[in-house]
Design a protein around this ligand. Sequence first.
Ligand code: BTN
Length: 320
Amino acid sequence: MRDEVLEFLRENQGGFVSGQDMSEACHVSRTAIWKHIKALRSKGYKIESYTKKGYRLLEEPDLLSPLAMKKVLDTDVFGKRYVYMDITESTNLEARKLAQQGAEEGTVVVTEEQSAGRGRLSRGWYSPFGKGIWFSIILRPEFLPSEAAKCTLMAAVALTKAFHKMGLSAAGIKWPNDILVNGRKLVGILTEMSGSMEEINYIVMGIGINVKTTQEELPEELKHIGTSLAMEGIDIERTEAFKIILGELEQQYYEVLSNGFEGTLEEWKQLSVTLGQDIEVRAPDHTYEGVAMDLDTDGNLLVKVADGTIKRIVAGDVSI
Ligand code: BTN
């Protein structure tokens, strides 16, 4: 319904359309039209209204629609199939459904808003309309399941390089895959895998990037730990940011597939804000305190604890 109202306004862009004409065309009351206009305004559409003249669409928000992205995207595989939604529970859920139905590698699922965005360790992910890039990508690498973590580390490297390209040189990686700017989280990555012991069926890599969010808009619990490109002084259209990000992800992924993981691992180390630091890691079985020494070849974190032994951490949450 909201789409019909929007289409009607778009068709008459530049001119006014009366509430009466719209209500007739959309087969709803004028009050319903007014409610839809209010909802569109809350999503960033600039719509003028005058009692005698009706409504006029002045400006559309910077949306990640297929039309807008097709104009800028220059990747070969990532985003060739581009599934776009106004709102969904979680793009990871949608992408998993598509992957189970056989969707090809590189399929991108993106939404303007998530009603139940999911984070690591069963947390939620704040995903308000039009403020970030909330997307998932389907990968089908011929890795062993035990090597799936490489995809997440690869993504963290690609994203950090993308932010550097946008002028945000302070972006760095906190193990395993958070991207931080001066200690505040800009990006979260949630990788989910389906496969057997021997082979990966598919990987869904869900990435949430805060782009336009302001500090006031962040929920209380994130105000002092979260950040966005806008909060870091990077004024970029989401379409342009997404183009750069998909480009870097595609390049890094095929670099790993063609030349192996070693180069990416070295880049990860260069871009890390974790290595060399005193850290606390809450692993599923135990909490460790020590110095983050290095990554092993599979991307596990090596921590030197008080008695001098090195612990190999496969999964966990790091505090610096
Ligand atoms: C984290 O906890 O750091 C990971 C957050 C991952 C959020 C992204 S947003 C797009 C995709 N869909 C989800 O539900 N989660 C991921």
